[in-house]
Design a binder for this molecule. Structure first.
Ligand code: AMP
Length: 448
């Protein structure tokens, strides 16, 4: 299973594309902390540096100096429990008879197994069980008989699932997005070239100018002379709504929308349609902040931090056992007692997955003297796993897969609990429901 990741591609007229790629990857670190990699091309040779860990741990200054050339792609990968393996670090390279090809993607290819079997029959040998390796081999096979654009077209036609991809082929840098545009991908202009990236924040950090999102089913070649674009195929879009709710950085713009503003608007809807009288409203840091700010403004209620986040504790979400996850939430979020004692508190978070965070938080707010603890969630209940690029939890682990809202309220110990509906999400995004991927909250996926 592949996971939420971040991708970048850079083409400069001259100089070192690895540098803007590296800084861009830093801006996308939230999309993947397990591993990072950059591949560059100097006109003759491809250079690669990949490793496990955060960007600051993987790349030293000397590594960047050796990643020479005006073309580069980069990738950060999201952690999954139990899958840390050096061989699976993107980008994936293959040397074809036609040249050097390297590729990294964000998403999940749902027909990877059958593509792999076809490729094995004609002699392709795989070193990992990842869908990315299948994608790179499929493209390499198509490149034997076709030019790059045709080969990508054939690859897109045969590949199902979610895949925002960047690749480098003999120095050409390309970005393409699956026909439904499930995961984000945007294009920007740099002083001396172009960049494609999962999120616009990658452009911001290198002083780039956001041009537009890559369209679903579109491929964009970054040329010295400009951008060459082909719309390979068009299907009903199915943008992942959870990018807006949780995954993307709030300072990113996706499909023409500020993620921060969307979250604030969702917070306003939480107050307007689901509000209740409390002394204050508090976010679950950091993911609940913009929602709580919107709620506070709509209800003219005091916004106050009732817990502090220890930013040096990593993600609690992927820890292997329930006990370690619970301990980690306590480590990560510590209550600020004077803001809590004797208060009726509204807590806002983006989502409840297993329920660990909410339960632990409510317990500790009550231990610190909270009189009432109400919870509002900026998304509908998550009932089904994501098979299109995000590591959620298994269906059995998802609290809402078996419990009703009132059972969840009791299980986490809240005085009241309400979620936003899909209709409210669609209203805040101003995107029709059928143009969103809502698999995790409806069980209906845009792809089999
Ligand atoms: P849980 O404690 O299992 O209910 O998870 C809920 C918390 O995890 C919320 O605070 C979310 O911000 C966060 N979260 C939601 N989805 C994910 C995900 N796919 N990966 C990591 N964290 C997540």
């Amino acid at each position: 299973m592949e996971d939420k990741c971040g991708v970048i591609g850079v083409k400069l007229n001259s100089g070192h594309a690895a540098f803007p790629t590296y800084y861009g990857l830093y801006a996308l670190q939230h999309r993947g902390q397990e591993s990072a990699g950059i591949v560059s091309f100097d006109g003759f040779k491809q250079h690669t540096k990949k490793g496990l860990g955060l960007i600051g741990e993987v790349f030293k200054e000397d590594d960047l100096k050796q990643l020479t050339g005006p073309s580069a792609i980069g990738h950060v990968r999201y952690p999954t429990y139990g899958s840390i393996n050096k061989k699976t670090v993107h980008p994936f390279n293959v040397n074809t008879r036609q040249g050097f090809l390297a590729l990294g993607h964000n998403g999940n290819i749902t027909n990877a197994e059958s593509l792999r079997k076809d490729l094995e029959k004609v002699g392709h040998v795989f070193t990992t069980d990842t869908d990315t390796e299948v994608l790179v081999h499929e493209l390499a096979r198509n490149l034997i008989k076709a030019d790059l654009v045709q080969a990508i077209k054939q690859t897109i036609e045969r590949t199902q699932g979610a895949y925002s991809t960047t690749l480098i082929y003999n120095g050409k840098v390309v970005g393409f997005r699956d026909p439904r545009g499930i995961r984000p991908l945007c294009i920007g202009e740099l002083d001396d070239g172009y960049m494609v990236a999962s999120e616009s924040v990658a452009l911001d950090v290198v002083g780039g100018k956001f041009l537009r999102d890559v369209k679903p089913g579109e491929l964009v070649i970054l040329e010295e002379t400009g951008l060459e674009s082909r719309r390979i195929t068009e299907k009903t879009p199915a943008h992942c709504f959870f990018e807006y709710i949780y995954f993307a950085r709030p300072d990113s713009n996706i499909e023409g929308r500020s993620v921060y503003k969307v979250r604030r608007k969702l917070g306003e809807l939480l107050y307007d349609n689901h509000g209740v009288a409390t002394d204050l409203v508090s976010p679950v840091p950091d993911s609940g902040r913009a929602f709580a700010a919107g709620y506070a403004e709509a209800g003219n209620i005091e916004y106050i931090e009732s817990m502090m986040k220890n930013r040096y504790v990593g993600r609690t979400f992927i820890m292997p056992s329930q006990e370690t996850r619970e301990r980690a939430v306590r480590l990560k979020l510590n209550p600020i007692e004077p803001n809590i004692k004797g208060k009726k508190i509204m807590i806002i978070d983006d989502s409840i997955v297993r329920g660990t965070t909410s339960k632990q938080l409510i317990d500790s707010l009550r231990d610190n003297g909270a009189e009432e603890v109400h919870v509002r969630i900026g998304a509908p209940p998550i009932t089904s796993p994501c098979n299109l690029g995000v590591n959620m939890a298994s269906e059995e682990e998802l609290m809402a897969s078996k419990k009703s809202v009132s059972e969840i309220k009791n299980a986490i110990g809240a005085d009241s609990l309400e979620y936003l509906s899909l209709e409210e999400i669609s209203e805040a995004l101003d995107i029709p429901k059928n143009n969103l991927c809502t698999g995790c909250v409806t069980g209906n996926y845009p792809i089999k």
